[in-house]
Design a binder for this molecule. Sequence first.
Ligand SMILES: [Zn+2]
Ligand SMILES: [Zn+2]
Length: 403
Amino acid sequence: MNHMLDSIKSLARQYAADIVQTRRHLHAHPELSFHERNTARFVADQLKAIGITPQEGVADTGLVALIEGRKSYSSSASSRVVGLRADMDALPIHEANNVPYKSTVDGVMHACGHDAHTASLLGVARILNVLRDQFDGTVKLVFQPGEEKAPGGASLMIKEGVLQNPAPVSMIGQHVAPNIPVGKIGFREGMYMASTDELYLTVRGKGGHAAMPDNLVDPVLIASHIIVALQQVISRNRPPASPSVLSFGRFIADGVTNVIPNEVTIQGTFRCMNEEWRAEGKRRMVKLAEGIAEAMGGSCEFEIVHGYPFLQNHPELTRRLRAQAVDYMGAENVVNLDLWMAGEDFAFYSQVVDSCFYRLGTRNEARGITSGVHTPTFDIDEAALETGAGLMSWLAVQELQTV
Ligand SMILES: [Zn+2]
Ligand SMILES: [Zn+2]
């Protein structure tokens, strides 16, 4: 039997109840993106209680902590650094669950499972802190603010040097998955999640009596042409191997049956998995929309809020971690993930350093735990937390030993 694997599994089991309590505390006290002050203080206190002094105030409410292995007590020991990331922020959603750990903050809820990620990483800290004499290298714990809100806490923490001093050779992150049964884990090599850009268009014309369109410039018709034409950028210019989505969820033409308005506002989202195409697609969309509006006698103001890049799981790293997960969980509990067109700011790490973002199954149909993330009834099967802490500890230690 593998001694390290057994040690980690038994520590994860030993701490499981505490990790559940930690998650419940965080769940009951959610804080919005970039306002995670009490959460950060709580995380700092938990770390200090086991003798780890974190660097606080990274990107304001983020924390970074190091666990240095000391198996060899020599300078020739592994100097590899592996980064583990948990996000800490909650969402502006009013919780509809009736559970003892229900959110105590009106209109704020851990509806994306970031409480589970933070509790798991605190569990990892405890496990690896106990096992320090049994591995070499350094584990960098990254507690990150603001995953849910542009510009993304990951981008700010990278700017503040989280990927330096010491520089991790790889970053590993996990996310709860309400579509994967508890006890299972999911991996995907290569492109996994999408870039996210927000599109805001204002189409201007000249409104007036709908009976006399020949005297007007109809922004409703212009905007309609633009919506249809922009889909052709996706169908005609997209590289065939790059998944892309263009969706418009808002189209406001505030006239009535016999009044054509002066302007129409449109909002949408553009998502893809290729940074060159992402830039090219946006450039083409702006040109096309402006050109159509101008040709029809109106104008189009096209604003883009540039969001997260696409998330690329480094193939070799992901293959290695998947194999280690099979050792930890059994092959029958490690599943392959489909592409997911949602965004995730862990993608910023994946653009700089070898990274892997995997999913932790939290679904339990028998107990009715099936709601999707970002819904008021989202919850997790907390049995997942023992895996959330144990597996991540195991993956980190194995990566430190990779040469
Ligand atoms: Zn989310
Ligand atoms: Zn999330």
